[in-house]
Design a protein around this ligand. Structure first.
Ligand SMILES: N[C@@H](CCC(=O)N[C@@H](CS)C(=O)NCC(=O)O)C(=O)O
Length: 216
């Protein structure tokens, strides 16, 4: 029997991606909470950074093997566990799914990540309102592009009518969009995908409010 654990923070969208993927694959896993704000950020402590020197969640532990970066983790999960395939078999279609993942993974989330918001506060004097506007701007920009691409690719889900890795990335980013008051009426395709996915138990169970470390 293999053992799977995930270092995760309830509000972390990158952890949320992996929680969805694990649920879609029906993999049992233990959540190991890492609090991103407590004690100056538990992700920055040496006893965590020895697993992930980037000082970020998520980090997967599978049978004693450690792996960080949600994209790498989700590809690893997909290749190593049976069940629902997270990437289409056709190479071009699989690349289209990765394109969606990367728009979120490299084009949107890193610019509104906690450490970026903390840096613009500490070194450039940004107050809460400025930090909110910053995050709002980058999510809004990214969603304009994402909406355009998804208009032709999506069915009920990001890739046609099949749940895929793309949904693991898009849905948590919508949670962040809502948190930073992005008006989702501008993005009807993304909103439609969100509504369909949130009716799937794998997504609902992975949501921040259903995590053992959830805080209001
Ligand atoms: N590209 C990384 C991003 C990971 C990441 O940014 N994690 C955030 C939470 S969503 C984090 O741990 N931030 C800690 C910090 O900013 O100090 C991944 O996909 O795993």
């Amino acid at each position: 029997m293999s053992s799977v654990a995930l270092y995760s923070y309830f509000r972390s969208s990158s952890s949320f991606r992996v929680r969805i993927a694990l649920n879609l694959k029906d993999i049992e896993y233990e959540i190991k909470p890492i609090h991103l704000l407590k004690d100056g950020g538990q992700q920055k402590k040496d006893n965590y950074k020895k697993f992930n020197p980037m000082g970020e969640v998520p980090c997967l532990v599978h049978d004693g093997k450690y792996l960080a970066q949600s994209m790498a983790i989700i590809e690893y999960i997909d290749g190593n566990f049976p069940g629902h395939a997270l990437f289409p078999a056709i190479p071009y279609d699989a690349a289209l799914v990765r394109q969606i993942c990367e728009i979120v993974n490299s084009g949107i989330q890193p610019i509104q990540n906690l450490k970026v918001l903390q840096k613009i506060e500490k070194d450039f004097g940004a107050d809460q309102d400025t930090k909110n506007k910053w995050a709002h701007y980058w999510i809004q920009e990214g969603f304009v592009a994402l909406e355009k691409i998804l208009e032709s690719l999506a069915g009920s889900y990001s890739y046609k009518n099949k749940l895929s890795a793309a949904d693991c990335f898009v849905i948590p980013q919508v949670f962040n969009a809502k948190r930073f008051s992005v008006d989702m009426k501008q993005f009807p395709t993304i909103q439609r995908i969100f509504d369909s996915c949130m009716n799937v138990p794998a997504f609902e169970r992975a949501a921040p409010e259903n995590q053992p470390d959830f805080e209001k």
